[in-house]
Design a protein around this ligand. Structure first.
Ligand code: FES
Ligand SMILES: [Fe+2]
Length: 346
């Protein structure tokens, strides 16, 4: 089951440049992406109506895309504008055209009813590679698992103390033993927490032995967009802030990550992520160290999630047993169910 009336990340803006004609599969649909000479992006269904060859094997000609099997040519609205060797164009010679936008580092495609495409539903405030306030790197990973298991993983960060005990947790049990504040948003959840007397990751290059109070907050938004910042403050800041959001001194370090979970189909998902820091926290090689650290951690996630998917697929279904750490998981699943129900009703 997929939500259709929403924006899915279809790739990095850098993936579709110049003459590139790029194939993607998103929630089971095949999509082809290309750019017109003006730079405007086009997203069409990746199936020529003639003999069903993929248009992603085609060629950009001006604003149009030519199928390189028998040469039918299509405009950005999906209508056929040329059939070689004949003057008439069959009325049914058209392909679906998807609303497409660029925001932050990514290309976003609306997979549902085009009439309902609303650019305001792309999360505001996304950071791109050209944002002077941040230095970003990024990668993507492919999972042989259903997207919901990845959403669940990101909504319950208690797993950091266990899955990532030697990487992100740095042996701390605080992720597993503390409970964040969680509240519902119109299309997602916000999760906030302090980890007190914690260390900072090696890529921050903290002075040896220095400890921090760490404020971490994130929004998790339909259909699977994770926007997190971590601030490292002097010890005692959490107490002084009454365990609420800090508004006092500038943090010693701030790390940012933006992630998007895009289902390919029911058992295959692409996971896009950026990792970044403020320019003033940088040094030569810092960004790639930070990205390498998160790639290592996300490969730990992938190992457990793909193994979890196999167990789910092989054994007879039984209900999962929730714990107190599942608050955000449960809330977000409820939000998704509501959005899917609204979509079905409309
Ligand atoms: S399959 Fe595209 S032109 Fe024939
Ligand atoms: Fe993880």
């Amino acid at each position: 089951m997929f939500l259709r009336n929403c924006w899915y990340v279809a790739g990095w803006t850098r993936d579709v440049q110049g003459d590139a004609v790029v194939a993607r599969k998103i929630i089971g649909d095949r999509v082809v992406l290309y750019r017109q000479p003006s730079g405007r992006l086009v997203a069409l269904q990746d199936r020529c109506p003639h003999r069903h060859a993929p248009l992603s094997l085609g060629r950009i000609e001006g604003d149009t895309l030519r199928c390189m099997y028998h040469g039918l040519r299509f405009g950005a609205d999906g209508r056929c504008v040329e059939v070689p060797g004949q003057d008439t164009i069959p009325a049914k010679a058209c392909v679906r055209s998807y609303p497409v936008r660029e925001a932050g580092c990514w290309i976003w495609v609306w997979m549902g009813d085009p009439e309902q495409a609303d650019a305001a539903l792309i999360p505001p405030g996304l950071v791109g590679h050209d944002d002077p306030a941040w230095v970003l790197g990024g990668e993507s990973l492919s999972y042989q698992a259903n997207y919901e298991l990845i959403n669940d993983n990101l909504l319950d960060l208690s797993h950091i103390s266990f899955v990532h005990r030697n990487t992100l947790a740095r042996q701390s049990l605080q992720w597993g033993e503390t409970r964040p504040d969680t509240r519902e948003l119109p299309r997602g959840v916000r999760v906030e927490r302090w980890l007190r007397d914690d260390t900072a990751p090696a890529h921050c290059a903290p002075p040896p032995g220095e400890r921090f109070d760490r404020w971490t907050w994130y929004d998790y938004l339909a259909p699977g967009v994770f926007l997190l910042q971590s601030e490292y403050h002097a010890p005692g800041t959490a107490q002084a802030a009454g365990l609420r959001r800090p508004d006092g001194p500038r943090p010693r370090y701030v790390n940012l990550t933006q992630q998007a979970v895009t289902p390919v189909d029911e058992r295959h998902t692409i996971y896009y992520f950026t990792a970044g820091h403020r320019p003033e926290d940088g040094y030569a090689g810092r960004t790639s160290l930070q990205v390498a650290a998160v790639v290592k951690a996300f490969e730990e996630d992938r190992t457990v999630i793909e193994a979890q998917q196999k167990v789910i697929d092989e054994l007879p279904p039984v209900p999962m047993v929730p714990t107190g750490a599942d608050g955000a998981v449960t809330r977000f699943r409820r939000v998704m169910q509501r959005l899917m129900a609204e979509e079905a009703a409309s």
